[in-house]
Design a protein around this ligand. Structure first.
Ligand code: UDP
Length: 237
């Protein structure tokens, strides 16, 4: 069967990399996710990734404790670089060729973000991991994901979460919450569904990038979605 997408951007939040411990890096969890990513990358799907940093530091939380916002956000961006290097290591140990590109220059550690070079890496079959968010404070890595997705021309943004899609109400609070397999951008706005922050959502809507929200912790979901063309999670388009 034909694969649904040739090039995708996978947004992985930091909390996914924390595993059950809920904080920091759980290298077993990282290895588990990377096995699934490696499988789709080896099958020829062009995979770019944006990684969050919430498992190490979230700007807003540090601000609540009195830290200056731009300073806290810079620390948050650096946290994403740590996660990106962990993902790179795990993927390369599985034999997948990768590049990390950061939005904050640190040449001894990773390449700077260069759009055309990122596209070239993808064309050569490398997984490109974008780190340091947008490089600017006051943004999120969801916004970075929407931005990079637009810049490198992916067919879909995959938002990896711990829930199996979008619900009409918070399923943790309302047991009768309904899962919505497919919604339009307009419906998502009208229903005030919290899929991504407003800046990220607006970028996707404006550039017509479909968003798939899915449970990345359920084994096989990435394969089903990218190699078998099965509907997994919820689609916003
Ligand atoms: N951040 C930032 N600019 C960006 C992306 C991220 O300042 O473009 C900072 C911000 O403080 C954020 C932290 O980095 O809280 C970690 O990113 P995020 O919270 O998006 O990570 P996730 O929730 O996906 O793990």
């Amino acid at each position: 069967m034909k694969r649904p997408y040739e090039r995708v951007l996978l947004k992985l939040s930091g909390e996914i990399l924390a595993g059950h411990q809920g904080f920091g890096l759980d290298l077993e969890a990282v290895a588990g996710i990377c096995e699934e990513i490696a499988e789709v990358a080896r099958s020829g799907v062009s995979v770019a990734m944006v990684v969050g940093g919430g498992n190490i530091l979230r700007g807003q939380q540090a601000v609540q404790k009195g830290m200056e916002r731009a300073q806290a956000d810079t620390m948050g961006m650096l946290a994403t670089v740590i996660n990106a290097l962990a993902l790179q290591d795990a993927l390369e140990r599985l034999g997948v060729s990768t590049r990390v590109q950061t939005a904050v220059e640190m040449r001894q550690v990773a390449e700077p973000f260069i759009r055309r070079r990122a596209i070239r890496h993808l064309e050569k079959g490398r997984v490109v991991i974008f780190a340091a968010g947008t490089g600017s404070p006051y943004f999120s890595t969801d916004t970075a994901a929407a931005l990079r997705a637009s810049e490198i021309g992916v067919e879909c943004l995959l938002k990896a979460t711990k829930v199996d899609g979008i619900y009409d109400r918070d399923p943790a609070l309302y047991p009768d919450a309904r899962r919505l397999p497919r919604v339009t951008y307009q419906e998502a706005l009208q229903m005030q569904l919290k899929i991504m922050d407003a800046a990220a959502f607006a970028l996707c809507q404006e550039n017509r990038i479909p968003i798939v929200v899915f449970d990345v912790l359920k084994q096989g979901n990435l394969r089903k979605l990218l190699l078998e063309g099965e509907q997994v999670g919820s689609l916003v388009e």
